[in-house]
Design a binder for this molecule. Structure first.
Ligand code: SF4
Length: 235
């Protein structure tokens, strides 16, 4: 049996498997991935669902950032629900998380989208248009997030999400909302809802930019630790 002192085990190279919270949507939305990816090869109109997803990501992203990724995305559900048991949970390589990789992929994805759109636009107004457009969208959905994303999820479930162009699209729209100041009222203050579930890892603190917010979070964590400790003390 391996122990943490074995030389073969290097904890820094692994991510811990975590208990993830699954709502009904997160549990089952993955079934849409094979239906749309493979189904659109035979029923091209199914590929239009991918366009609807893009619109949803842009709309939700504008107001709520990457809410889609954590709560609704069929691929996110696939990686978390289906891939998780088979995944090696290897630490996601740095190159996947690099902003250069993310924006290069985003540029390639959007370029391909517009090239394909330009290819079918001459059919606009023709009954064939929807079918051709759906077929192109379905193929893009099949090759990029489904095949590549699923293969990478064997390393770590959310490897693909590190540089997913759709996730970046949501982020871009959120930034547009920030710049235009149209989404400020939709920002929610994040607090620890269930202090008993907080592991006090301070990961949340890394997401916050300003030091005064960092100190505020550490105060919350410290006070929650203190209240847990006092609750645990015998009367
Ligand atoms: S990053 Fe992409 S694949 Fe991952 S959850 Fe977000 S939209 Fe889905």
């Amino acid at each position: 049996m391996q122990t943490l002192t074995d030389k073969t085990v290097r904890p820094a190279q692994f991510y811990l498997k975590t208990d993830r919270t699954f709502t009904g949507i997160r549990k089952f939305s993955w079934v849409l991935v094979p239906i749309v990816s493979f189904g659109s090869l035979y029923y091209p109109l199914l590929g239009l669902f991918v366009f609807a997803i893009m619109i949803a990501i842009m709309g939700i992203g504008f107001f709520q950032g990457r809410y889609w990724c954590g709560n609704l995305c069929p691929h996110g559900s696939l990686f978390d629900k289906v891939s998780m048991s088979a995944s090696k949970f290897i630490k996601i390589p740095r190159i996947f998380k690099s902003p250069v990789t993310r924006w290069v992929f985003f540029a390639i994805y959007m370029f391909m989208f517009f090239v394909r759109l330009a290819r079918v636009m001459p059919l606009w107004g023709n009954p064939e248009f929807m079918g051709k457009f759906g077929m192109l969208m379905g193929k893009q959905y099949l090759v990029m997030p489904t095949v590549l994303g699923f293969a990478l999820s064997m390393l770590n479930p959310r490897s693909w999400c590190s540089f997913c162009p759709m996730g970046s699209l949501g982020h871009v729209f959120y930034k547009i909302g920030k710049v235009t100041k149209l989404n400020h009222s939709f920002d929610k203050k994040v607090t620890i809802a269930s202090t008993d579930k907080c592991h006090k890892c301070a990961t949340c603190a890394r997401c916050v930019r300003f030091s005064f917010r960092l100190s505020r979070i550490s105060m919350i964590i410290t006070s929650s630790a203190a209240s847990s400790a006092s609750a645990a003390e015998p009367a």
